[in-house]
Write a protein that binds this ligand. Structure first.
Ligand code: PLP
Length: 477
């Protein structure tokens, strides 16, 4: 007999098993996830059960069936909840150093260094020769100096922090002239004018958006000028009728008025990219040799290392920066430091970069190699997406990303998945299906198709990419 015909909702609720009763049947879960988490889950599942019975949307069953059902639901919820929210994805967006996807992937040597630093006590601020307190920056400073020609170097959490620290140290309560063409916003939350305000210095806009001359800077300099600053306009270019003062000219002007010349380089390029067949980007060494007193740049952009902001230049200025209490608040942790040191060491042999540094390896993959990969992947992809879609190959342009070289892109190859129906809805479905895979595949929707850019799909990860394609779900047949 169906009890729901005879039981009132109130009776059914009374017949629900107790938390303790369900808990007794969930001992394996308790072992795996702990008593408190399992109890909380059971409690909340029983509560919703009670509510749905009282709302009349649940026909009751035997209380032992309910226990079993709750244990099963708790198991699913706990398993889901115990997965990390930060997981690997395939970056097939065509933007190599994708800020939202974590920018640079670290090389093997850096991974080993990170693990070793994380797992052990290390001589982070301890001099092994003297047994005295050491300097955190000592682990990478000489490498940065060797690779840039700077006298001294320090590093903080990211380039935004580096700029904040430089301005707060050298320009507190004073004026900083910056060209109107360089008042950039990077990624929405970092704007030069705002970072200046937060660093407690006054921005003095000089020149015009498209043209700034040396005399504009000179007119802006007065007794309250702290330094001259140049910002690499990394995520856009001003084209057409433009004028910009060269680094050498600005360095001479700064020198004449005895103020430091600071340059925010954005991407930390330590080698001449033209030698790798890539569009040229100013290098740190060029800036230092042009007479820039301090440069700042990111560790996880073109440098290909961990997130950090490197400050390099005159020793007297670096010393002042180190003495700012904010440096302590912005300093690097031992794992980042370990990764940074390992990556910088790779630069001692620039010819090894294309093999060992993922950012450089991906940037320099040839179109022939990408095309061969596209051809070998096409069939598996076509099988996986079925007849409702057509898989084709296209030549494309890739972005380096993170603001580097915004105008000059590099050649790429993409696989396009186009719905036979021509419907936007079908494109959104395929994009979602790839994004929902165990290792989500992030591509982009463009001109009625789903584009998978292959530049960052390296052969080592290709097997995992193909292997999971049979798990694409909910595609139109
Ligand atoms: C990227 C960038 C920054 C910010 O660097 P983060 O390392 O992301 O903090 C600042 N300035 C310029 C010119 C940049 O390109």
């Amino acid at each position: 007999m169906n009890k729901s015909l005879t039981e009132t909702p109130a009776q059914s609720v009374r017949n629900l098993p107790s938390v303790d009763a369900v808990l007794k049947k969930a001992q394996t879960l308790v072992t795996e996830y702990g008593h408190d988490a399992v109890t909380r889950n059971i409690q909340s599942l029983l509560n919703s059960k009670r509510e749905s019975i009282l709302a009349g949307s649940q026909s009751d069953t035997d209380s032992s069936d309910i226990s079993a059902e709750i244990v099963k639901q708790a198991q699913q919820a706990l398993a889901k909840d115990s997965q990390s929210t930060l997981i690997p994805v395939f970056n097939l967006t065509g933007t190599i150093l994708h800020t939202n996807l974590g920018r640079s992937v670290l090389p093997e040597c850096a991974l080993e260094a990170v693990v070793s630093a994380a797992a052990n006590p290390v001589n982070l601020e301890y001099e092994l020769e003297t047994g005295k307190r050491g300097e955190r920056d000592s682990h990478f400073e000489s490498l940065v100096c060797e690779l840039t020609g700077a006298e001294a170097a320090t590093a903080v959490n990211n380039n935004a922090a580096a700029i904040l620290l430089v301005l707060n140290t050298l320009a507190l309560g004073k004026e900083v002239p910056v060209s109107r063409g360089e008042l950039v916003e990077i990624g929405g939350s970092f704007r030069i004018p705002e970072i200046m305000a937060r660093s407690d210095c006054t921005l003095v806009e000089v020149g015009a958006t498209n043209r700034t001359h040396l005399k504009d800077y000179e007119k802006a300099i007065n007794a309250n000028t702290a330094l001259l600053m140049k910002v690499h306009t990394s995520n856009y270019r001003i084209e057409g009728f433009t004028a910009e003062v060269t680094d050498t000219e600005l360095a001479a002007l700064a020198n004449k008025y005895k103020v430091p010349f600071v340059m925010d380089m954005g991407s930390g390029c330590l080698v001449d990219l033209a030698e790798y067949g890539l569009p040229a980007e100013p290098t740190a060494a060029q800036a230092i040799s042009a007479g820039v007193d301090l440069i700042t740049f990111s560790g996880d952009k073109l440098l290909g290392g961990p997130q950090c902001g490197i400050i390099a230049g005159k020793k007297s200025l670096i010393d002042e920066i180190r003495n700012n209490p904010l440096k302590r608040a912005l300093r690097l942790d031992k794992m980042t430091l370990a990764a940074l040191e390992a990556v910088l060491r790779l630069y001692r042999d620039p010819s090894s970069l294309v093999k060992k540094l993922p950012a450089m390896r991906q940037l320099t993959r040839s179109v022939d190699e990408l095309m061969a990969q596209a051809e070998s992947l096409c069939h598996s992809l076509q099988v996986a997406v079925g007849k409702a879609y057509t898989v084709t190959i296209e030549h494309t342009h890739n972005q380096i990303g993170s603001g580097a070289l915004p105008v000059k892109s590099i050649e790429g190859v993409a696989i396009l998945v186009t719905p036979a129906s021509g419907k936007d809805e079908a494109v959104r479905l395929i994009e979602f299906a790839f994004r929902s895979l165990p290792t989500p595949v992030i591509g982009r929707i463009h001109r009625g198709a789903f584009w998978l850019e292959l530049r960052c799909l390296e052969s080592a990860s290709e097997n995992n990419f193909i292997g999971q394609l049979d798990r694409l779900e909910d595609l139109p047949k």
